[in-house]
Write a protein that binds this ligand. Structure first.
Ligand SMILES: NC(=O)C1=CN([C@@H]2O[C@H](COP(=O)(O)OP(=O)(O)OC[C@H]3O[C@@H](n4cnc5c(N)ncnc54)[C@H](OP(=O)(O)O)[C@@H]3O)[C@@H](O)[C@H]2O)C=CC1
Ligand SMILES: CC(=O)C(C)=O
Length: 320
């Protein structure tokens, strides 16, 4: 099944599977089994983050599969992300080394700055969301430009093959490009039919940066979801297209991104969903259906971190 994988090529020549496996909200206790099922299904690209609190269990799953001979390390493409309290350059390498130790691997394939905005600086044992007495997140002094310079050293030291960013807007990416000696290969952002990221994609295409679509199914288990929020997977217009191809809504949402050349990382801890989300290689959406899905854009964001809107590097004030 793994042979069905389709790859993108980064600006540094590294190839990466276009379809990956999300792990946010996958609890310790369930994520280990989910990752093992995913590897058996054929997924080779795993999207992780220290913030998700489950890298140790993901590492256990990966290593069990390596030990039993199902895969070798070189078959896998593992992404992780540097959290917002770790922007100070002198701590970046030790934070990555903690992720490597939890994932039980010698190197990452892709390491991202998780958000452009910095929270109050902390260490590995500190709260990931530092709060003041009123319960508001405390902003930090970090600058993503300085952080980027420390990220470049990780590539030079062989700790990660590629580096990139996540949740960065056009202006913030341009600032990185202006100083980079190692170019970002990837910007991971929320992306689905309600937020197609057309303009950001055009800018990234022009600069050789591949987008990854997070929350591609509309993140129905998102902790900030309100009852009145639309459920993308049940959108009648998506369901109609799914019926036309005899596919599920999830498969249409995943294939939509693949045909746009966008990496896509749906999350599931449910065996039959993990499997069916990977069964997207035997059909092609017609261009008229892709064009129609493009028209569903309504700047609909599920992961907005609105509580941090006043931070100097909050990314979602700019148009894109
Ligand atoms: N860089 C960043 O800041 C961010 C990165 N991410 C990354 O992107 C990944 C995906 O995004 P996420 O927000 O988790 O949301 P998704 O859009 O992937 O949706 C996940 C939800 O959809 C359900 N689901 C999965 N497959 C199906 C299916 N075939 N039919 C019906 N329901 C289904 C899952 O349920 P169940 O698990 O119960 O099966 C879960 O509730 C994350 O896990 C994370 O790795 C996400 C947000 C922010
Ligand atoms: C889910 C995630 O990656 C966030 C909120 O940063």
């Amino acid at each position: 099944m793994a042979s069905n994988n389709q790859f993108v090529t980064f600006n540094n020549g590294q190839e990466y599977p276009i379809l990956g496996f999300g792990t946010w909200k996958s609890k310790p206790g369930e994520v280990e089994e989910a990752v093992k099922v995913a590897i058996d299904t054929g997924y080779r690209h795993f999207d992780c983050a220290m913030f998700y609190g489950n890298e140790k269990e993901i590492g256990d799953a990966i290593n069990q599969k390596i030990d039993e001979g199902a895969v070798v390390r070189e078959d896998l493409f593992i992404t992780s992300k540097l959290w917002n309290i770790f922007h100070q350059p002198n701590i970046v390498e030790s934070v990555l080394k903690k992720t490597l130790s939890d994932l039980q691997v010698e190197y990452l394939d892709l390491y991202l700055i998780h958000w452009p905005m910095a929270f109050k600086e902390g260490g590995l044992n500190d709260d990931f969301i530092p709060k003041d007495d009123d319960g508001a997140t405390i902003e930090g002094n970090g600058s993503y430009i300085d952080t980027w310079k420390a990220m470049e050293e990780l590539v030079e030291n062989g700790l990660t093959k590629s580096i990139g960013v996540s949740n960065f807007n056009k202006r913030q990416i341009q600032e990185i490009l202006d100083v980079a000696t190692v170019k970002p290969v990837n910007n991971q952002v929320e992306c689905h039919p309600y937020l197609t990221q057309k303009k950001l994609k055009e800018f990234c295409d022009e600069n050789g940066i591949i987008l990854t679509a997070y929350s591609p199914l509309g993140s129905p288990d998102n902790p900030w979801k309100k009852p009145e929020d639309p459920t993308l997977l049940e959108d009648p217009k998506i369901m109609e297209i799914a019926d036309k191809y005899n596919k599920t809504s999830a498969q249409i949402l995943i294939k939509y991104q693949i045909q746009r050349g966008i990496m896509v990382i749906p999350k599931s801890v449910t065996k039959n969903r993990i499997e069916s989300n990977f069964e997207v290689w035997d059909f092609e959406l017609e261009q008229e259906d892709i064009d129609q899905i493009d028209t569903f854009d309504c700047n609909g964001r599920f992961v907005h971190m609105k509580g941090n809107m006043h931070f100097k590097d909050y990314p979602f004030i700019d148009e894109y």
